[in-house]
Design a protein. Structure first.
Lengths: 113, 114
């Protein structure tokens, strides 16, 4: 298996632009997680899905952030409009159950100028 | 807000030394405790998932213990090697209505000097 796939790996954009991050989980994994990693806050959960349904989005910073999972093999995290404080590494992870180990993708490094 | 604390923040040891670090978490509403290893420029990789009080897990030279009643877990590395240099993260799962949610500690940065 190729593992969790994320694209793009790096994204540089200007403030106010829309940014879309993409994730393909490991086949057969029913849980998908979006995390953000910053120096100040460490690794924090933004939202997670179970069988394509959002379960907990309490970590989504504000209305500028939205996430979707239209099918079992694809999810997007969208930021509109983007701001410099959104600059971070965004990880996607998947797992088979709610308490099993999570498999992380390579991350997307986002820079908002 | 769940508080997951890891200590020390960083650790420097010599090759061959054994070392250990601590993860503290709320002792109520325990569901699972995860340990991850995170090498620079890579992604976190799972080491252990522990669910039962008194659990002990081992993978090669790395082992972990769990005390859910007092809210702590220890990670041990025996005979550290330079390739063990990484950030070690623990993550707490409180279960309940947000059963998949992991709250991560800030990590312990381990540097093993040859």
């Amino acid at each position: 298996d190729a593992g969790v796939i994320q694209s793009p790996r790096h994204e540089v954009t200007e403030m106010g632009q829309e940014v879309t991050l993409r994730c393909k989980p490991i086949s057969g994994h029913d849980y998908l997680f979006w995390y953000r990693q910053t120096m100040m806050r460490g690794l924090e959960l933004l939202i997670y899905f179970n069988n394509n349904v959002p379960i907990d989005d309490s970590g989504m910073p504000e209305d500028r952030f939205s996430a979707k999972m239209p099918n079992a093999s694809f999810s997007t995290l969208k930021i509109q409009p983007s701001e410099p404080r959104d600059s971070a590494v965004y990880f996607c992870a998947s797992s088979t159950t709610s308490f099993n180990e999570q498999f992380f993708g390579p991350g997307t490094r986002l820079t908002v100028l | 807000i769940l508080n997951v604390e890891q200590s020390p923040q960083s650790l420097h040891v010599q090759e061959g030394d054994s070392t250990n670090f601590t993860c503290s978490f709320p002792s109520s509403n325990f569901y699972a405790l995860h340990w991850y290893r995170w090498e620079t420029a890579k992604s976190p990789e799972a080491l252990f998932v522990m669910t039962l009080n008194g659990d002990e897990k081992k993978k090669g030279r790395i082992s972990a213990t769990l005390n859910t009643k007092e809210g702590y877990s220890y990670l041990y590395i025996k005979g550290s090697q330079p390739e063990d240099s990484a950030t070690y993260l623990c993550a707490f799962n409180a279960g309940g209505t947000s059963y998949g949610k992991l709250t991560f500690g800030q990590g312990t940065i381990l540097t093993v000097h040859p």
